[in-house]
Ligand binder design. Sequence first.
Ligand code: NAI
Ligand code: MG
Length: 356
Amino acid sequence: MRTLKVAVIPGDGVGPEISEACQPVIEAAAAGADILLESTHLDWGGQRHLRLGAPMPEDGPSILRQFDAALFGAVGRPDVPDHQLIWGLIIRLRQELGLSVNLRPALTLPGVPGPLRGGATIDLLVVRENTEGEYAGAGGRLRSGHPGEVAVEVAIHSRSAISDAARFAFEAARRRRRRLHLVTKSNAMRFGYVLWDEVVAEVAADYPEVSWERVLVDAMAARVVQRPEELDVLLCSNLFGDILSDLTAALVGGLGMAPSANIRPGQRLGVFEPVHGSAPDIAGRGIANPSGYLLSAAMMFDHLEARAAGDQIRSALAHALEQPELRTPDLGGTATTTRLASAVLARVQAGEASRT
Ligand code: NAI
Ligand code: MG
């Protein structure tokens, strides 16, 4: 039996209720793969910010370095400006831990209908550069409060970050259906996205078996809706990946279904989190969909070479969601967070029993 040390950061809003409901599932899946999960609960997030002035300790990123992985719920609360919490926690972790790649798969599950006519079957992966672009934090404001006030937000694109994300995306495409789309806007933006086009073309030369194409982001938005079954890997900048992955999530059942991984190629420590935020509109009612969090935990196990545990979670969740009475309200059902999570737990445990 091996031990994995995981930092659990439930955060705000629906984060804690989802995290609590899912923890037994994640532990059971680990146990089934002969793994002892040593979970440490960290109280980072909006409440800590109100109490102590920051959503996480100053040395938060180094604290996480003592773990194999972090599982994160969401941050954000209506009484704190969003950018303070997002920057003080998740963006800071991504930047200071060098988590340069964000993976956001979107997969149609048989029990979860999407909004598209004809019910397209979608199986794609958004690979998003995670530390630069429009979210680099470079900029400032002048003449505060004055009618002539201006704000400047500068996008930063580096050859090394583009090339890391591109290499990761081509490797993923090679293991998948060998198709890659680079999403840019190099017709209207003449510097950053032109660099993307050039660097990705260089990286692509090392992957002749992957067919790839460059598509402008506006055209891709239409294509994701019209012909999503043709898409395999989408390689995106930080901003475009953020937006398109909410769209692809919506096509496979909504934000409640979407998982993500923040990783650095070659590094063990990653941060795994559902794509959704703290959902204050439904927080406290026990009806949030735990699927995105569970699928993020499955990605964590894959990343830590414990694929059996990840597969257990994915297959137990897919089977549970085939039952209409186990679907949460966002999927058109009436199940609570705990009802769905307990049903997944039972299936994970049954899977174990059938193997022993
Ligand atoms: P959101 O993802 O929290 O909610 C958008 C919509 O999706 C809401 O109607 C919500 O009820 C629904 N939804 C989200 N997760 C769900 C789930 N698990 N089950 C069922 N329905 C779900 O995004 P929004 O409203 O833009 O932001 C709310 C707060 O979350 C803000 O403070 C924002 O800054 C923060 N946020 C944090 C993120 C993070 O921690 N990584 C990411 C996105 C937003
Ligand atoms: Mg987003």
